[in-house]
Write a protein that binds this ligand. Structure first.
Ligand code: 13P
Ligand code: SF4
Length: 366
């Protein structure tokens, strides 16, 4: 057992109120040397300690702009990697629990993306005909892959701008790992469904024929978010039978049929802003992660806004949920002692090539 693991054990029994007091005291001591970034899916007991909150794009910009010595990312692992890549070399990116990954990001890895690229070369000239686009929910080496192959990163906020740029470079796009974000965005750009094919990374040639690949404009990786795939169009129909006036808003990681039935589709930040700016006494059915929907419900109920979660079953991002007040207290108190725990560090060559793809994204973002 490592020294870190031994140390964290003594925090496991802390109740939330004690952890909160210790977090506040450590923040006070660290002052401007520390910035805490919090994604909207974080549980309330952690979220309230964030100096800045946002969606993936906003938090990437915040990480790039931060002057703090320590960037503690209350989110998932790929977000802390982006913070490391975009911050100065002397800044340190930290995640309170290394096990806070993203199951969707894990659905694509460098070996199977490079294999796809090689197999696509049997049919096309990928480096001339295909722009690789990785959703920010991916490991740093996939961002580096996009950087060295003329590709780019996207988030749910800028996916359309990124795709417009990508098609201005090359005629086709290989989009990974989230097929839904790719399909939902491509469809809003008038790309017909039959020109968006799914690449099954467990099959030779992605399970496609050479003709299907030649005719496709978008090749969508067979990845998905296990939280958002729980949302179903029937849930919208059932809810609207009871409350026909309901407005539907979904994250674009949701299935195509759900987004088609939604009045609004966009990132977590977009969802928050849309409900915030809505008329009082409106009703909303929201297709995104439960902690955010619960927060929206609490935040806007005094305006008579009724905010409901789309699925009848609980679907939380279980990896985001790993960041708890106990891990945050442990992380910060170690920093007070001058000890860095859970540093997230991207190797320099991946960082350099990944930065290229991220900078392209930041340049084309609205
Ligand atoms: P946002 O960029 O919209 O916050 O999405 C991040 C994410 O992981 C959603 O599942
Ligand atoms: Fe990944 Fe889905 Fe969690 Fe977002 S909600 S971090 S895509 S597993």
């Amino acid at each position: 057992m490592s020294a870190n693991a031994l140390a964290i054990q003594s925090y496991a029994g802390l109740d939330d109120a004690d952890a909160e007091a210790r977090i506040l005291a450590a923040k006070e001591k660290l002052g401007e040397r520390l910035v805490i970034l919090g994604h909207h899916y974080q549980r309330e007991e952690v979220f309230r300690h964030a100096d800045f909150s946002g969606d993936s794009l906003k938090l990437s910009r915040q990480a790039a702009a931060s002057k703090a010595e320590y960037i503690v990312f209350c989110g998932v692992h790929f977000m802390a990697e982006v913070a490391d890549v975009l911050s100065r070399p002397d800044q340190i990116s930290i995640i309170p629990d290394m096990a806070a990954g993203c199951s969707m990001a894990d659905m694509a890895n460098l070996a199977n993306v490079e294999r796809a690229w090689r197999e696509l070369a049997e049919v096309l000239e990928p480096d001339e005909q295909i722009t690789p686009v990785t959703y920010i929910n991916s490991a740093a080496d996939l961002k580096a892959f996009c950087g060295r192959h003329g590709g780019i990163v996207c988030t749910s906020t800028n996916a359309r701008h990124v795709l417009e740029w990508s098609f201005s470079q090359r005629e086709k796009v290989l989009f990974f790992p989230d097929q839904h974000l790719g399909r939902n965005t491509g469809f809003t750009m008038d790309i017909p469904l039959e020109e968006m094919v799914v690449w099954d990374f467990d099959q030779p040639l992605g399970g496609l024929t050479p003709e299907q690949i030649k005719n496709a404009r978008m090749i969508l990786w067979k990845g998905f978010c296990s939280v958002h795939q729980m949302f179903q169009p029937e849930q919208i129909d059932n809810f609207k039978q009871r409350y026909p006036e309901t407005q539907i808003i979904s994250h674009p990681e949701s299935p195509f049929e759900v987004c088609q039935k939604s009045d609004y589709v966009g990132s977590t930040e977009y969802i928050i802003n849309t409900i915030r700016d809505a008329e009082p006494n409106t009703r909303w059915l929201v297709g995104t992660e439960l902690n955010l929907v619960n927060r929206l419900h609490e935040q806007f109920k005094h305006e008579g806004k009724n905010v409901h979660f789309m699925s009848p079953t609980v679907c939380m991002c279980s990896t985001m949920f790993r960041i708890d007040p106990q891990h945050l207290a442990w992380t910060l108190e170690n920093l007070v002692e001058g000890k860095v725990v859970n540093r997230v560090s991207v190797d320099e060559s991946d960082a350099e090539q990944g930065r290229l793809a991220l900078q392209r994204m930041l340049e084309v973002s609205p």
